[in-house]
Each structure stands twice: as structure tokens, then as C-alpha cells.
Write a protein that binds this ligand. Structure first.
Ligand SMILES: [Zn+2]
Length: 593
């Protein structure tokens, strides 16, 4: 080769790399065997493979991707019975994945509880409750979900005094959107035997007014005093709730979810739907480990009754992934365990309140050791900087004592990690394939105004430091924590980049923009990086030959649309293992056979 031809070859190579079009890639038998079942062509296919390649077309057979290439190459694999989807320039991505969404409980809430997530005044919330109470018999429980003082014009908690007059005969529990606190009316407080003389339970707070009377607001374990009295959903309601959520997921191009903190009745509901062929979603669950060694041993027994991930039930549909432990509370409730006092209204110091651990820290350490030694994946809820340090140090200790690769222990929420925590996560990821944040960028949006008020202006800059993670080679899983924030993953893609709050109470960007990332990393966090955290990375999370055909089709191309518009990313079709489970063009949703 002459110098000139070498230069030319290099220029062509770099041009090719720029477009990163993969060479035609096919399973060894793709040409010789049966025609494809399904082909997608004339599109922009964001494969999210190792090179972030973009292709035009792909072919599916037996639920798996058998070839990726140009339209011409792929159409050669189609036969007379092949379903052909002409993308006409639209974009396909891997099916999106959420590593933290309470889809079973959230679906039940949407179907059977009063929804308060979009209430903008106290009066509006109270009015919805009034209407619902009118339909009940005296004594029946009324449950509501989703209120948030950051979204109410009054910027204050709902109180028992707001709902006593409209519900004198029915107990009421209105859960805050974070799930870490709520408000009970006086009927409910009486049933729970909560009065001025009731002490705060361990790891809980009974909110009180200036005269010491309970206001009705109950946080963390104090909320359980009321919650434990509410009749649980019936098995039919649980199944209906899951199907409702699966429908919502399909409409948003989402094909896999980690449902954290479940117990036996929820597992049974998933397993029954699977048996009936209605579980058209990949579900990985975490069993709730509780706050004692006994409860941890029980969770271990429950999870060990099922195949160990990546083994699954139903060919990748249902996985008993591991356990969940709570290290602390909520950034909204000012109960998460932090080094410096919480704030109220952004600048008013909540003197002496640094939150608290949800479980005795030493006991937590013993729980983690129990699971780790049994080879079980642990996800720990940790919001505050002090809780996160304790969790990553615990992981580091048990991994040092029993080095095990691939358990992928995670730090759920991981809101304000210290530099020490960030360094430790980087180390654990490299050495042990563990220490992954499973975080929810939409916290900055949906509960961002409440968060800006409690974290305060300085600490808020450390919230969800995605750019630092990218710079340090730390990978994470994206999520919604539905129903803490809405389910669609597009909000997470958008929030990862824009970091904007819903109402701008303390300015539109109280958490700054220095930690913003680009769409390429954001999409990875809702696809291939999440697939790892669901133990499904050999199967889904990217569009590559040999993987299951989990695909979302979008009107816009997330890689070149304005990032401010990402929250409006529009899903047109969703494919799970080669089956079209949602198709907007036919207006058809296919929940089951
Ligand atoms: Zn959660």
C-alpha cells in the first residue's frame, strides 16, 4: 500500500467507525434454514451493542435475532410467511428496562386506590377523597396514593385535620408518593392506637404539632402501625394490578422490570400469570429481607425455592433475582441517614435531624453476610450519604472475606454518594462485578421540588452524580421507582440529561447541570446496563445476533432529537421475544393469548 492509499483506507475506516454500521452479521444457519418469522427494515436500529452500532434492518426467528444488516441483506431472509415491518425511517432500540419499579403494588394502587399524584392543592386532594368516601360503607378503609407536598400550592403536608371532617366514619390512609410516609385521619389513628402519649417506634416518626398532638403524618415504621390494619389486596386484585402495569409498560416500549421488595403473594401472582401465558414481560424480583435475622432467613428460604439467576422460569420471563434490604428512609421525609442536618424549604436547617438507619447497622451487616455467603444477590435501599457509605463498606467487607464475582450487589437509589462511596463502587465493579447503583434520575423531576427543599442547595449538587460515574467508568441501572415517579422510561432518559424539576419551586435546576450526561449513556442505563442488573444481559438489553428479540419502535430517534423533547419520545410498537405485544398502528394491545 502506498502512503496515500493507507491514508485513504484509514479515512474510510474512521468514516465507517463514525457511522458504526455493523457488517452484515447473521447466525451461522440464518441463510440456509427456514425463512425469518419477522423482519424489521428501512429503519434506524440503535443496537446499543459494544460499539453503539446503528443498522437498517434485522431478522427474527424463533424469538431470537438471527441477522442484522442492511435492508437488502435482511429482506433476502424473508419468505412468503414472514411478517414484515417497514420502519419507513423510524427508530428501533432494545426494549427498555427498568431496574426498580414496584409494578405489582403500583398497578393495584392505580386500579383500586384514590390517585393523588396530580393534585395541585390540598382542597383538590381532599375533594377526591370526599367523593371516594361517599361510595363506602361506614368503617371501610379508604386508601389514596401519590400526594406530594412539593406539588401542592400550599407546600405543606396533608394533615388529619384536612380529612377528619369529610371522613368521620371511615379510616383513611393517604400514602405519600415516596411510600415512606403518609397521613392518617383520626379514625385510622384511633384504630392504630396512636395518641399524644405514643412514643415513636424504632426507626419511625409520629409527626406532632406544637402541642405534641399527632398531626396524622406517620413516617417509616410509624406508618406501618396504620398500614398493617388495611386489608391486603386479594389474589385477583394482585393479578389485575400486574396486568395493568404490563399494559402500561408495553405502551412505553418496556420489556423487562425488576420488582423490588416482594413477598410470597406477589410471587404467586406472577407465577400464576406465567402459567397462564399472560406474563408478557420479563420480571426479576427481589424478596423483602425484613429487619431481623429471622426475616432474612425466611427470605433466603423463599428465594432458594426457585432457580438461581440467570436461570429463570418461562424461558427468561420470571427470575427470583435476590433480596432487598432497607438501610435508611427517604430524602423527601428527611428520614434518610445523612452526615449533616436535613433542611426544610431549601435553606431552613432541620436542626438535629440527620435521619436514621432503618435497621440496626450491625444487624444489616450480618444479613448481607448471610446472603452473600449463600451466593445471593443483595440490593440495598440507601438514600443518605451516611447510609450509602455503610452499604458500600459492607459490600467491600463481605466480598473481601469471600471473594465472589458476578453477584452484582447493588445500592438502590444511591442519591448522594460521598467520594469514598464513589471510589468504592468503582473498585467493587472492577474487582467483583458488584457495587452497582440502581438509581432513578426522575427523582430530580417528579419529587425534585420536595428534594430541593430537604437536601438544601449545597448537598443538592451531589444528587445522582451521573457525569462522575461516566468519567470513572462506573455503570448503573436506570429506573423509575414507580409509583414514586411515573413508569415510562423516557422520563428517565430525559431527566438524566436535563436534571430539571417539575415545578421549579427553588429554580428549575436546583441540582445543577454539571452532572448531566448524554443520551448514549442514558440509553445504556435503561437497556444493557439494566439487563446486567436483572441477570438478563446474555439474553436482552442490546440488539445482537443470538439475543432474544426484545425491541421498541419509536417515532423519533433519541440520538438526534432535541434532548428537551426526550420526555415525549413516542412508542409505536413493542416486541417481546419476537412477539408483537403492542402495535399502535392497529390500536391493538395484546396482553395474553
Ligand atoms: Zn422502591
Amino acid at each position: 500500500m502506498t502512503n496515500r492509499s493507507i491514508r485513504k483506507a484509514l479515512a474510510l475506516a474512521s468514516l465507517a467507525a463514525m457511522f458504526s454500521q455493523p457488517a452484515f452479521c447473521a447466525a451461522s444457519d440464518a441463510r440456509s434454514a427456514q425463512p425469518a418469522d419477522l423482519v424489521l427494515f428501512h429503519g434506524t436500529i440503535l443496537t446499543v451493542d459494544g460499539k453503539d452500532s446503528i443498522a437498517e434492518a434485522l431478522a427474527v426467528r424463533g424469538g431470537k435475532i438471527v441477522a442484522i444488516g442492511t435492508t437488502q441483506e435482511i429482506l433476502r431472509l424473508a419468505g412468503s410467511k414472514t411478517r414484515r415491518i417497514d420502519l419507513t425511517g423510524r427508530t428501533a432500540t432494545p426494549g427498555l428496562i427498568d431496574s426498580h419499579a414496584h409494578i405489582a403494588d403500583g398497578g393495584v394502587g392505580e386500579l383500586y386506590n384514590v390517585q393523588l399524584g396530580d393534585a395541585t392543592t390540598v382542597a383538590e386532594a381532599v375533594n377526591r377523597v370526599r367523593k371516594a368516601v361517599a361510595r363506602l360503607k361506614p368503617g371501610q378503609w379508604l386508601v389514596g396514593d401519590g400526594w406530594d407536598e412539593g406539588k401542592l400550592a400550599e407546600r405543606r403536608y396533608l394533615l388529619a385535620s384536612d380529612i377528619d371532617a369529610i371522613s368521620p366514619n371511615n379510616p383513611v390512609w393517604l400514602e405519600h408518593t415516596t411510600g415512606h410516609y403518609g397521613v392518617a385521619n383520626t379514625v385510622a389513628l384511633r384504630l392504630a392506637k396512636i395518641s399524644a402519649s405514643t412514643p415513636n417506634p424504632k426507626a419511625g416518626t409520629i409527626d406532632r404539632d406544637a402541642s405534641g398532638q399527632p398531626t396524622g403524618v406517620l413516617k417509616e415504621t410509624a406508618a406501618d402501625l396504620v398500614r398493617d390494619l388495611i386489608p391486603p389486596p386479594t389474589p385477583e386484585q394482585r393479578r389485575a394490578g400486574i396486568l395493568k402495569s404490563i399494559d402500561s409498560l408495553h405502551r412505553e416500549g418496556m420489556t423487562a422490570v425488576k420488582d423490588p421488595s416482594i413477598e410470597q403473594p406477589t410471587w404467586d401472582a406472577y407465577a400464576e400469570l406465567l402459567k397462564e401465558g399472560k406474563l408478557k414481560e420479563r420480571i426479576c424480583v427481589l424478596w423483602y429481607a425484613g429487619t431481623t435475622m429471622d426475616s432474612a432467613r425466611r427470605a433466603l428460604r423463599e428465594m432458594q425455592a426457585h432457580p438461581r439467576p440467570p436461570q429463570s422460569l418461562g424461558d427468561g420471563r420470571l427470575l427470583s433475582c435476590g433480596v432487598k434490604i432497607f438501610m435508611d428512609g427517604s430524602g423527601g421525609a428527611r428520614t434518610a441517614w445523612v452526615y449533616k442536618d436535613w433542611y426544610k424549604k431549601s435553606t431552613e436547617v432541620d436542626t438535629g435531624n440527620t435521619g436514621y438507619p432503618a435497621v440496626d447497622p450491625e444487624l444489616y451487616r450480618r444479613q448481607v453476610r448471610l446472603f452473600h455467603e449463600a451466593g445471593v444477590h443483595v440490593g440495598t435501599h440507601a438514600v443518605g450519604d451516611r447510609a450509602i457509605d455503610w452499604v458500600v463498606d459492607t459490600y467491600a467487607q463481605v466480598l473481601k472475606d469471600k471473594p465472589t464475582k458476578g453477584l452484582r450487589h447493588s445500592i438502590i437509589h444511591n442519591n448522594i454518594p460521598t467520594d469514598h462511596a464513589i471510589d468504592t463502587m468503582a473498585l467493587l465493579q472492577r474487582q467483583y462485578d458488584a457495587g452497582y447503583p440502581e438509581l432513578q434520575a426522575p427523582f430530580m423531576w417528579w419529587i425534585g421540588d420536595t428534594y430541593a427543599g430537604t437536601f438544601g442547595p449545597e448537598r443538592g449538587q451531589r444528587l445522582i452524580p451521573l457525569k462522575t460515574y461516566v468519567d470513572m467508568g462506573i455503570i448503573w441501572g436506570g429506573g423509575s421507582d414507580y409509583s414514586v415517579t411515573p413508569l415510562p422510561a423516557r422520563y428517565g432518559l430525559w431527566s438524566s440529561i436535563e436534571r430539571e424539576t417539575l415545578k421549579g419551586v427553588y429554580g428549575s435546576h436546583p441540582f445543577g447541570t454539571a452532572q448531566a450526561i448524554d443520551i448514549h449513556a442514558a440509553l445504556r442505563s435503561y437497556t444493557i446496563w439494566n439487563a446486567r442488573q436483572l441477570f438478563l444481559d446474555d439474553r436482552t438489553g442490546s440488539l445482537e445476533v443470538g439475543k432474544d428479540a426484545d425491541i421498541a419502535v419509536w417515532t423519533q430517534n433519541p440520538y438526534n432529537m432535541p434532548s428537551a423533547e426526550l420526555r415525549n419520545l413516542h412508542c409505536e410498537a413493542t416486541i417481546l421475544a419476537g412477539e408483537v405485544v403492542f402495535d399502535e398502528s392497529t390500536g391493538r394491545h395484546v396482553p395474553g393469548p
